[in-house]
Design a protein around this ligand. Structure first.
Ligand code: ASP
Length: 587
């Protein structure tokens, strides 16, 4: 530490330092002048220290301090003294500094929002003045936590002989199911680099190269329509290993997850359960369910037939699905609340919501016309409903629709009914994914993860005849309802990779132009390999207890993909476009 500027940080001084002469530097968080004494809070990244100046003891300094505005950069030299009224919320709350001198290093304009954890600045303003936002302890601590996570990751992986290797950003497309960001090449007019959606192919080639344990904490770029909480550039902890089975990967990265939790949060996670993908959909209507609370989907086909209710009868006739949630304790819901839920499930694709309410007066439902009390009682029994509960039923001939709507409703209830204990962690593997998915709208077959995942050996026989029956050695790690990791054992044989590209409808030419180099590499001795990538932003978000990844990224983009501070993206001069051989035709 340069002692001209500071001997201590603003988070460091305690009763131990009483009578010492110290110097601190930082930003003026605020001053309070109560007439004969002026209190000033000085803040830096480490904390806040109170400085107090009595007008009688030091009239000159008192007058000077009165002129200090918020966020002035100052340094203060003085004696540490015990405070009269202590502040147990601050680590420095027992002491204050009685200054002998004060230096203003830089004045500051009045900041556009309060630089405190409880700020009055909205998110746009906070992003525009991010450098001020990061002075708020909450934001600063999020970034510090992020740094601790990456340090713990490096520690763990280095111990296991992993090698951190950088891969280029200017590459050819690596498909992960999103659109590429493209960068025009000035030196090769009319051609473009793609920014990596992930280093997937490159890390696989590193395995062919013999670097059998690789990792990289790396930016990935995906040009998606910015839904919800996504960022066009985000960070992955990208990992790959050679000569491993799925079990080896589970052991290694379960170990890493536990190590990070223990190191940065002092939390000991129990061993991770494994949930097959299809069970996850069937029970929770999602491939990333939040299992901090239960409330599974209950299938009711068996007990809903044999009445005059045409809607359900036709669903049953078409082998669709009638299913419900048992909303424990929700029989109290008013008509209005149920109407609101009905609108919500319609928004998630359901045609409607049927309810069965079990309360003091007995069992009532929105389909009383068709179901008598005995039938309703049988339904309640099947769903495990008790007095005070309400069943919320959705039906459709497409099972997926019912599951999706109930999955979303489950999450909604979990939040609104406070079924989620915010101190609880739910971390588990989702396993046994299918290799392909059929796009519901186009009917086209696409890869479920990416096209490099290895099919299960016993399913290879179905590749041609029934590709949807082929399962892959693919896995996700789900944390509190967010997908935090995804990975797979990869294909390492040229013929199998070739075949997958064929099934995905790539022509010989496309195969060669897009992936020729990879297929070529597989002819030079590719070892069996597999790996995964963690979403660092989301993981840190959960550890920080934040609800947006923007709050754990130093300079994030808005939901519309803009950087409000730099005002990017922005128009460039025509000259630059010409150099890049780009003609803009915005008509
Ligand atoms: N490349 C994959 C992804 O970005 C992760 C992996 O399979 O390793 O999701």
């Amino acid at each position: 530490m340069n002692t001209n500027y500071r001997t201590h940080t603003c988070g460091e001084l305690t009763l131990q330092h009483i009578h010492q002469t110290v110097t601190i530097s930082g930003w003026v968080q605020g001053t309070r002048d109560i007439g004969y004494i002026l209190f000033m809070d000085v803040r830096d990244r480490y904390g806040i220290t109170q400085v107090s100046i009595k007008s009688q003891e030091n009239p000159e300094l008192y007058e000077e301090a009165k002129r200090l505005g918020r966020e002035f950069v100052i340094s203060v030299t003085g004696k540490v003294a015990e405070r009269e009224s202590k502040n147990p919320k601050l680590t420095t709350g027992d002491i204050e500094i009685i200054p002998q001198s004060l230096t203003i290093m830089n004045p500051a304009k009045l900041p556009p929002f309060l630089i405190e954890d409880e700020t009055d600045g909205n998110e746009e303003l906070r992003m525009k003045y991010r450098y001020l936002d990061i002075r708020r302890p909450k934001m600063a601590n999020n970034l510090i936590l992020r740094s601790k996570v990456t340090k713990a990751v490096r520690e763990y992986l280095d111990n296991l002989n992993f090698c951190e290797i950088e891969t280029p950003f200017f590459i050819k497309s690596t498909p992960e199911g999103a659109r590429d960001f493209l960068v025009p090449s000035r030196l090769n007019p009319g051609t473009f680099y793609a920014l990596p959606q992930s280093p997937q192919i490159l890390k696989q080639l590193l395995m062919v190269a013999g670097m059998d344990r690789y990792y990289q904490i790396v930016k990935c770029f995906r040009d998606e329509d910015f839904r919800g909480d996504r960022q066009p550039e985000f960070t992955q902890i990208d990992c790959e290993m050679a000569f491993v089975s799925q079990e080896d990967i589970f052991r290694t990265f379960e170990g890493m997850t536990k190590h990070v939790f223990k190191t940065v949060a002092g939390v000991e996670l129990p061993d991770f359960q494994r949930l097959p993908y299809l069970d996850s959909l069937r029970l929770y209507g999602s491939d990333k369910p939040d299992l901090r609370f239960d409330c599974p989907i209950i299938e009711l086909n068996e007990v809903m037939g044999g009445t005059e209710f045409g809607v359900f009868n036709s669903v049953l006739a078409e082998e669709g699905l009638i299913a419900c949630l048992n909303a424990v304790g929700c029989a109290k819901y008013t008509r209005k609340e149920i109407d609101k839920l009905t609108e919500m499930v319609k928004g998630w694709g359901a045609t409607g919501l049927v309810w069965v309410r079990y309360n003091e007066e007995g069992i009532k439902s929105s389909v009383d016309k068709f179901y008598n009390e005995d039938q309703l009682r049988a339904i309640c029994e099947k769903a495990g409903a008790k007095k005070g509960d309400m069943l919320l039923i959705v039906a459709d001939k497409l099972k997926g629709k019912v599951r999706k709507a109930l999955g979303n409703l489950r999450l909604h209830l979990g939040k609104t009914e406070n079924w989620i204990d915010p101190k609880k962690w739910s971390v588990f593997w989702v396993v046994d994914f299918p290799l392909f998915e059929r796009d519901e709208e186009s009917g086209e077959l696409t890869f479920a993860h990416h096209p490099f995942c290895s099919p299960n050996a016993e399913d290879l026989q179905f590749l041609d005849s029934e590709p949807e029956r082929v399962y892959a050695q693919t896995y996700d790690l789900v944390m509190n309802g967010s997908e935090i990791l995804s990975g797979s054992i990869r294909i390492h044989q040229k013929e199998v990779q070739d075949k997958i590209f064929d099934i995905l409808g790539l022509t010989e030419e496309e195969k060669q132009s897009k992936f020729g180099f990879m297929l070529g590499a597989f002819e030079y001795g590719a070892p069996p390999h597999g790996g995964c990538a963690f979403g660092l932003d989301r993981w840190v978000m959960l550890l920080a207890g934040e609800s947006s990844i923007r709050d754990v990224i130093a300079f994030p983009k808005t939901a519309g993909g803009r950087d409000l501070m730099m005002d990017a993206p922005s128009v460039v001069p025509n000259k630059s476009l010409k150099e890049l051989s780009i003609k803009l035709d915005l008509l």
